[in-house]
Design a protein around this ligand. Sequence first.
Ligand code: F6P
Length: 467
Amino acid sequence: MGGFCLNRLVLVSNRVADIEKQAQSGGLAVALGDALRSIGGVWFGWDGNVIEEGVTTAVKETVQDNVTIATVSMTDRDYEEYYLGFSNKVLWPVFHYRLDLCEFESAYFEGYRRVNKFFAGALKPILRDDDVIWAHDYHLMSLAAELRALGANQKIGFFLHIPFPPPEMLLAVPLHDWLLEVLFQFDVLGFQTSTDTNNFRRCVCKYAKGQVHDDGRIEAFGRTVLALEFPISIDVDEFAAMANTPKASLQIARLNRRTVVRSHIIGVDRLDYTMGLPERFKAFRRLLEMYPEHMKAVTFMQIAQPTRVEVEAYDSIRMELEELSGAINGEFSDFDWTPLRYIHRTMPRDTLAGLFRGCEVGLVTPLRDGMNLVAKEYVAAQDEEDPGVLILSRFAGAAEELQEALIVNPYDIDHIANAMQTALHMPLHERRERNSALLKRIKTHDARHWRESFLAVLTSCVHGKAA
Ligand code: F6P
């Protein structure tokens, strides 16, 4: 591991993935799993079990190779107030600029503080003095403050996987000033993009009279943190290899079998209201209306993985999509052609890799997204000799890096439809040029680069001051 010296890495995240079963895991889990397998260390978090209030359980530790997985269960009240409540009904919508979907109750805030404190209390006895701790995502913004209250003096970093909102929006989070203050108990704060980092700086200046330095240091609340962007990525070689196996070739052959269809468009997302799925469906309908040449010639496959089904806003978006897909297929299908294939299920990563390679257009059009690793996976999966075209929302964090994609405004249905038309007709030389520039970028800025740059900064800082 180049550039820095690390004794033991302790990762903390709300969800902990089974390090052996990454095939089904999402972005955060895969990126962190890779980091730990190569460096070794501890991964601490929730085991995914919800237990009755009042039942006490111990920390469970399992060792797999050089990694210790330490997990705790959560009570039903914690799940309701901390996970569904403050994390997913307050922070998630507001940080994705959806103030209209924010639902606050004071019990949510108490639940959030309580679980961060509980995590800190369960983690503290496992810690060694020379550990480096790296906490992840919006569920754990007060973890460092709770650990410090218990006497932890280790370096603690934090990476936010979702966007950070501008000051006017952060105001919608009750106790936003408390959130800013507790973040200053970390030593390094990592964001996905320069937009997010700047939003954070602006919030600290506006609401905490913070002082921003050119090297990324920010002073406020009597402390200094380093706030910088570290765009997350994927293991490009691993994903490219997954897209080029006999199993993947078989899938591609299955896609093309038996039909009159010439081209495939694919979208893969968690079924989240941030992903712009209704707009995407409507844009596909516009494509068929504006360019009837695609009748019976193009299909759009949307894989929407179920998520957070207990939150009402997720139920509404599911119903909206079911209605829209039914309407579009009802209007345009023929006995030998189904234009839209909507799959509401989770699929293994290797299946997705094969599908990405077999589809001529990748549609990634979130209304707001921290990064969106699907965009990078689609690029990594392409056949360099005959690559597909990525259509990417300007509001996905990935758009800061992947400028050679066709960049669209995800709210503008006609714009997306026209981008699909451009992609479907793009000449081979242009597809190759764009793909090779995108591939070059993600190969040099892959998951390893992400974690090593973050850990280099964290290990060389002294309580928030650059070494
Ligand atoms: O985008 C944030 C994120 O934490 C992802 O990294 C992860 O895939 C997803 O949310 C998981 O959400 P949940 O744990 O609520 O299912």
